[in-house]
Ligand binder design. Structure first.
Ligand code: S3P
Length: 438
């Protein structure tokens, strides 16, 4: 049963040491389940993230008649039904806390010959869906949302979709992916132009499943009517989860850690680029390619950080890592300024507001901006903060404990299970004094 009130208690200080593999990449895990379900043949996945978000995607495809065995220890077998083999679910598909699941699935559902409803938890049901519903409607999809484009999304099937040529108003891999997935069902060509590079796992995985995708940056195109052919997928460890330990080993004294088999796709390494600009000691070792995605071991040692102006071109490449980057900034000398990051306000929570409130409680000098934040690094204390049920806010404040002068208590941490179910265990194993209480 989910403990909605789970709380983390983190003792001040600590040293980070060890070698660890964090769970599988969330973005790649969702896509592996979706593409495996829509492929012809059996797809075998290893390294899958068994977090609640991905399990919501697994349940949705089971509800549409796909036989899926597992996951067990990261292993999942999907008996693909082909692009047109899904069957109507007999109730609304509940995507839990996952924006990725809802947005990508909306593109798939728009192309089905049955009706469906996509809903989610309290946080997801507040998030903007017009960014997918509107361009999907121009492709011919019929989608109703609540007021201001909020879920549930009610999708009427049996619409003939037609390819579009669309320029994304925000740099969003979720919107790009939803449109490419609808494009599989559309007549003709679907072309998406990006305002800035965003994670390209959809394009890479489509090619892995034998589907032609033309990437001529900033334009990505595919033509409907093809088929996906099952393949095996080895999911690398999630750089977004590794990020907590990269910052931990950087800010804690006399620390050194190796994070194994981490995905270092160039569209995901903003966290590394930003920390290196701040003075972090990060070495990328054993670079290799696994199933179309670059992977490496990341070796991190303690370092003295300095505040920087975060380059705006890094924002989409580090979009999920800002909560923990703000903790690094709080430990750096001088000012760190983030701009051009208004998207952070529509993630699992308003991450600018939630982090600003928590950092102020710890005594950090923070100034909120509409599109970012200004943080002055320096010593800070302990206190009681609220993660507002956002997994990444909860984990970021846990890492903050390493440099706090007092204990940090973090409320509403149950959603850590959406992306990083064994966070507390791994954090304890490598030196954080953390306890999870209900
Ligand atoms: C994701 C894309 C990002 C990211 C999310 C996962 C994906 O969202 O924040 O956690 O898997 O495509 P946007 O593309 O909306 O920025």
């Amino acid at each position: 049963m989910k403990l909605s009130k789970a709380k983390f208690i983190v003792k001040a200080g600590g040293q980070i040491r060890g070698k660890l593999r964090v769970p599988g990449d969330k973005s790649i895990s969702h896509r592996a389940v979706m593409f495996g379900a829509l492929a012809s043949g059996d797809t075998k996945v290893t390294g899958l993230l068994e977090g609640e978000d991905v399990l919501a995607t697994v349940s949705a495809f089971r509800a549409m008649g796909v036989q899926i065995n597992g996951p067990k220890n990261g292993y999942l077998e999907i008996k693909g039904v082909g692009l047109n083999g899904l069957s109507a679910p007999n109730q609304a598909l509940d995507m839990g806390n996952s924006g990725t699941a809802m947005r990508l699935l909306s593109g798939i559902m728009a192309g089905q010959n049955f009706n469906s409803t996509l809903t989610g938890d309290e946080s997801l049901n507040k998030r903007p869906m017009s960014r997918v519903a509107e361009p999907l409607a121009t492709m011919g999809a019929m989608i109703n949302t609540e007021d201001k484009g909020r879920p549930p999304m009610v999708i009427t099937g049996s619409q003939q979709l037609t390819g579009i040529n669309y320029t994304l108003p925000v740099a969003s891999a979720q919107v790009k992916s939803a449109l490419l997935l609808a494009g599989l069902y559309a007549e003709g060509k679907t072309s998406i132009t990006e305002p800035a590079p965003t994670r390209d796992h959809t394009e890479r995985m489509l090619r892995g499943f034998g589907y032609g995708v033309d990437s001529d940056y900033p334009k990505i195109s595919l033509t409907g009517g093809g088929k996906l052919t099952a393949c095996d997928i080895d999911v690398p460890a999630d750089i977004s989860s590794a990020a907590f330990f990269i910052v931990a080993a950087t800010i804690a004294k006399d620390s050194e850690i190796v994070l194994e088999h981490v995905g270092i796709n160039p569209t995901r390494i903003g966290i590394l680029n930003i920390l290196i600009l701040m003075g972090a000691d990060i070495q990328i070792q054993n670079k290799r390619e696994v199933g179309g995605e670059p992977v490496a071991d990341i070796h991190v040692r303690s370092a003295k950080l300095k505040g920087i102006e975060i380059p705006e071109d890094q924002v989409p490449l580090a979009i999920d890592e800002f909560p923990v980057i703000f903790i690094a900034a709080a430990c750096a000398e001088g000012l760190t300024t983030l701009s051009g990051a208004e998207e952070l306000r529509v993630k699992e929570s308003d991450r600018i507001a939630a982090m600003a409130v928590g950092l102020k409680i710890l005594g950090v000098d923070v100034q909120e901006k509409t599109d970012g934040i200004i943080i002055r690094g320096g010593p800070y204390g302990g206190g009681k903060v609220d993660s507002v049920s956002d997994h990444r806010i909860a984990m970021a404040f846990a890492i903050a404990g390493l440099r706090a002068s007092g204990q940090i208590e973090i409320d509403n941490c149950a959603n850590v299970a959406t992306s990083f179910p064994n966070f507390v265990t791994l954090a304890r194993n490598c030196g954080l004094t953390i306890e999870s209480v209900s």
